[in-house]
Design a protein around this ligand. Structure first.
Ligand SMILES: Nc1ncnc2c1ncn2[C@@H]1O[C@H](COP(=O)(O)OP(=O)(O)OP(=O)(O)O)[C@@H](O)[C@H]1O
Ligand SMILES: [K+]
Ligand SMILES: [Mg+2]
Length: 697
């Protein structure tokens, strides 16, 4: 049983200190920079491997370029010329550059996956047989429902739920946080992760993960992008890009009759080069890199996103729901005082409170036993008679014991008062003022009743996590409304809501009420994020568009959400929203740039190509490129190089400042649209000059 001393350690661990602006801590997160030479080397090899048509066919734009390069290759072999070979080489390079962009984006994740794999190897477990005997097995042999013992020094062999005991655990291998955290049976902090290490005491853990499906396994899949699927937005954009590609095929092919009419047949090579310049290769090449890099940026901030869709949704979130206990507050509510009503003394209240909590495995229940024991000694003897425990549930908001003809209950004030009146009792006049006083101070009042007789109130203290007010103000600045939802009473909720600076709160919320609130917001057309840690948050986490579970939370919560915050920081959503917005803006900006670019290329090359044929086009030939062949090749080279030039932007994301959506849009159209129109003219001319100087054409 944990005593009061460990609490301080625990607070340090659960404090979500990442909310502080101090240096980042890293667990499995790779420290490598995105453009690290090692990652670049691996990516260069990957880029060649990705030439596989089965890979390419998933990206219609680049697939067309690949087919084009095969055709020009055949032409170059059949009728060799410096021009045909040059175009062929640059078309292949175009595809390679696109592959390279994707491979670099994947690089850091692959490195992290390797680190995680090393962590997973060769752990042993002490499995408990049903007769109570212990046996040593390899961690990989553990299956769902097995029960294992872990002692100080042991690595926890797989994911599980603590069913007995409490221990301090070093989770730094996963979270990078060096302060130990408490893991204990009952309540919202019972989940343990395979690969973390027990530092003190002993716990009995029931395995909750099937072999090969542990948290670390999922993390490996995730950072490696092995199971990455296109998000609906990406699919939609890919279809649009494919459509643009298809439209350009006839547009290019019909150039042939024009030139034939003038008695000057355009070669297949030129037509293909032209087509590649016109289709949206820039965004086609960088689209998946942008998505992968977004997920990677989240991992860098210790957030694991299980779906790319959630990351995108985060960019548009308007409402954030947070649960109170464990998310906004530290979450170890400790009994700090007994307040008897008149006609009852403190010892009687403490004894009843203790009796009702002896089997209450929640942190609240245990802290009540500790406080009562400190003041009046242990009263376990009362339970030698027949008894039945009533466990706490988020729906009844009560717990207690039936023993020796007595029914003792403790719980939320309204719940216990209702129970008392159902038994024909009534609450004493001084109860409400006590409850109110405790609640107004931001503490949680638990009313204790022995049958129909109310004895008094237990005060449970909790502390708001530091630094939260400022961060909620930031959320407000980017237009997100914060709502605290809690099972606690309205007065406590109001006090904590004010202290934390949330915009709104919902009190006495059952799991169903939390779920209903999310649905209501969503029906209003809003995207909703939810942050929570408890099993009672799980339905809401599953329903939310962005469900962020605290890593300190229960397995149920972590499985229900679509993101896990390894730092368990309630304000991590600010980072998540920022990364989501950045992802959407980056994709939009590069799409704008890409399309503007293609339009510009059209007007840069066509006049050069036909100036000799149709002299009317001379007026349009503002660039005066050296020759038609030089014009085409310059455009192809520019088209390939622009992909390389934009890789850093695609990976890092365009800079994000918290401003309104219209301001962002205006800025992007200006920079990336107008820029996209001008840049090709400048660089194609430059490349043309270089080619001419080299005496190429
Ligand atoms: N072990 C317990 N025994 C009896 N009553 C409890 C116990 N733990 C909590 N309660 C009461 O039940 C209420 C609801 O608890 P619940 O865990 O659903 O929500 P919460 O943790 O207070 O809020 P949040 O949803 O913000 O985490 C608490 O506010 C408290 O009054
Ligand atoms: K293009
Ligand atoms: Mg909770």
């Amino acid at each position: 049983m944990p005593d009061l001393e460990v609490t301080d350690v625990d607070r340090a661990g659960a404090s979500g200190s990442s909310a502080e602006p101090g240096g980042p801590r890293r667990g499995v997160v790779s420290r490598r920079g995105l453009l690290d030479p090692q990652i670049m080397r691996v990516a260069a090899v990957e880029a060649v491997r990705k030439l596989d048509p089965r890979v390419q066919v998933k990206n219609p734009v680049m697939f067309v370029v690949l087919i084009g390069s095969v055709i020009t290759l055949v032409e170059a072999i059949a009728d060799p010329s410096a021009f045909s070979w040059a175009v062929t080489v640059w078309l292949v390079l175009t595809v390679l550059f696109a592959n390279f962009a994707e491979a670099v984006a994947e690089g850091r994740g692959k490195a992290q996956a390797d680190t995680l794999r090393r962590m997973r190897t060769e752990t042993h477990a002490r499995r408990l047989r049903s007769e109570g005997r212990e046996e040593r097995v390899a961690a990989s042999e553990l299956s769902l429902g097995d029960v294992v013992v872990c002692e100080a020094g042991d690595v926890i062999p797989s994911d599980g739920e603590v069913i007995e005991g409490a221990a301090s655990v070093d989770e730094s291998a996963i979270t990078g946080e060096s302060a130990p955290v408490i893991r204990e049976s009952g309540g919202d902090r019972s989940a343990v992760t395979g690969g973390t290490r027990v530092l003190s005491d002993q716990i009995i853990v029931r395995i909750t993960a099937e072999p090969g499906k542990t948290f670390v396994d999922r993390m490996i899949n995730l950072v490696e992008g092995a199971k990455r699927r296109k998000t609906p937005n990406e699919v939609a954009l890919t279809i649009l890009l494919a459509a643009l590609t298809i439209i350009f095929v006839p547009a290019v092919v019909t150039l042939q009759p024009f030139s034939m009419f003038a008695g000057d047949r355009v070669s297949v090579i030129v037509l293909i080069a032209l087509l590649v310049c016109l289709i949206p290769t820039t965004i086609g090449a960088l689209l998946s890199a942008i998505g992968i890099a977004g997920m990677d940026r989240l991992v860098q901030r210790n957030v694991l996103a299980m779906s790319g869709r959630a990351v995108e949704a985060a960019g548009d979130v308007q409402t954030l729901l947070l649960d109170k206990t464990g998310t906004i507050t530290m979450g170890n509510r400790m009994a700090s005082e007994f307040h008897p009503v008149s006609g009852c003394d403190e010892q009687e209240l403490a004894n009843a409170a203790q009796l009702s909590s002896l089997a209450d495995e929640t942190p609240e229940g245990r802290s009540i036993v500790v406080l009562a024991k400190q003041r009046y000694g242990l009263r376990g003897g009362d339970l030698e008679r027949e008894h039945e425990f009533i466990p706490f549930s988020a729906t009844t908001r009560m717990s207690g014991v039936d023993t020796d003809g007595r029914q003792i209950r403790k719980g939320a004030a309204d719940a216990v008062k209702r129970w008392v009146s159902e038994l024909g009792g009534s609450s004493p006049a001084d109860l409400d003022p006590i409850v109110e006083r405790v609640a107004r101070a931001g503490a949680t009042p638990l009313v204790v009743a022995d049958g129909s007789r109310v004895l008094g109130v237990i005060e449970l203290k909790d502390v708001v996590k530091p630094g939260i007010v400022e961060r909620f103000a930031e959320l407000r600045a980017i237009g997100i409304r914060t709502v605290m939802v809690t099972g606690d009473n309205p007065l406590t909720a109001a006090a904590i809501a004010q202290e934390a600076g949330v915009d709104d709160y919902l009190a006495e919320a059952t799991p169903e009420a939390k779920l209903a609130l999310i649905k209501a917001e969503q029906e209003g057309g809003k995207l909703v994020a939810m942050t929570g840690d408890g099993t009672n948050d799980a339905p809401a986490l599953a329903q939310a568009d962005v469900g962020v579970a605290m890593n300190t939370g229960t397995t149920a919560a972590k499985e229900a959400g679509n993101m896990v915050d390894l730092d368990s920081s309630p304000t991590k959503l600010i980072d998540i929203v920022e990364i989501g917005k950045q992802l959407l803006i980056t994709r939009g900006a590069l799409t704008t740039f890409s399309v503007a670019n293609d339009v510009a290329k059209y007007f840069a090359i066509i006049p050069a190509l036909f100036a000799g044929t149709y002299s009317q086009l001379d007026a349009l030939d503002i660039m005066h490129l050296h020759s038609p062949q030089s014009a085409v090749l310059s455009a192809v080279i520019f088209n390939a190089l622009v992909i390389v030039a934009l890789i850093p932007l695609a990976l890092r994301g365009v800079r994000f400042r918290p401003t309104s959506a219209t301001a962002v849009l205006r800025r992007n159209v200006l920079i990336y649209g107008v820029g996209g129109l001008i840049v090709p003219f400048v660089f194609i001319k430059l490349i043309d000059l270089i080619l001419t100087a080299l005496g190429a054409f």
